[in-house]
Design a protein around this ligand. Sequence first.
Ligand SMILES: [Zn+2]
Length: 451
Amino acid sequence: MKSPTVTFLGGVREIGGNKILIEDGPDRILFDFGPSFSPQFEEYYVDYLRPRSTSPAKDLLEFGLIPRVNGLYAREALADADLEYAPPEIHGIFVSHAHADHAGYLDLVDPEIPVYVGAGTREMMTAIETSTAMRYGEHAYRTFADRAPIHIGRLEVVPYPVDHSIPFAYGFIVRTSEGSLVYSGDFRHHGPRADDTHAFFRAAAAEKPQALLIEGTRAGPDPRRNFSEEGVRAAVDGLLARHRSLVLACTYPRDIDRLVTLYGAARRADRSLVISPRTAHLLATIGPRFGRDGFPLPGAAEGLVVYERKKKRNFNWEKPFLDEAISADEVRREGSRYLLALDLLHFPELIDLRPPPGAPFIHSMSEPFTEDDVDDRVMHNWLDHFHLSFHQFHASGHASAAELYELVRAVRAERVYPIHTEHPEAFEAEVPGVHPPELGVPYPIGAAPGR
Ligand SMILES: [Zn+2]
């Protein structure tokens, strides 16, 4: 009998795009299935240049941006591609969390293949599909509960919640017929669910795993400044205490922790947090999973209001939030009463909002990777035009390099595969047993050869 194996079909020397195949005899499962955030992808497809909707798999296979795997893709997605449709040969896909780089290609997957997601992740995906152009496709979804094992043939998968910049993120312990493997997903331990991350890594160490598949987003050089989530809160509190004008903030739409942080800071400063209908829809969908205390639940939480842009038409999912929504006029007149959480794509609202010169703009997102980042330049052009003062307050979704190495040492896996990183070799100088994986090579789990 062949040893169980793990094969990396994405997430190798790139941030995002994890596609991890685990095979044990006839049983085959995948972990995550999304596009990478790395420059490789953007060499071919950018915002305005997308794969054709009539032949998505063909257009991605052309550049090797998705793996050639039989029995994985939907018949429709393969239209016109030189990879033939085959009935499912994958018995389940586990999604660690709802970020696009882990779930964004599910639309290409055969609807017959079960997709395993956390119950909260499933709700987030539904809210995202309702309120954006994102499509995950039709699937037989199976929702899992924290630490409740799932059996697929001889494989056992145990999902552990971890702290990340989106709620309902998971790492996994996978038990095969010859040994265990740990897959970290994306994680940090400087956010509100740090205890979950610690508990996961304690369980990982107790497992004495053959292999540890660990994300390394911040391994290697990382000059960017990072706050903890509490640090962001303190910085925003300080800023709001010093300013009487309108304060603007910009964050990732699915960073619920950050919205909770901004809401808490706004309340302490006797301001209301102003959010978009899309954010309100997401918060209303997942809100019941959070305690009432401090959670910005639309319709229930004090000091939370929705901003209504002038639009030609409103979507049905927006309508419940618009009756009591406020306009640019109100925010302009009564700026000192508000902390306005705007999306970058809503910048044209500034033309109506006319914040007073020197009003603070809180950039609560990652700093750009490169100096010549076009989006960053455009953002600063807008801020300069309106004479807004720029403040960078952000807590990353990922553990620092030093934290990663410490956790790897604590788990003591026989083999360490750094993924979701552009610098897998950075681990080699720090910890033993590191094998920067090669794309598409099956690595045995079990009697590890030539360690
Ligand atoms: Zn990721």
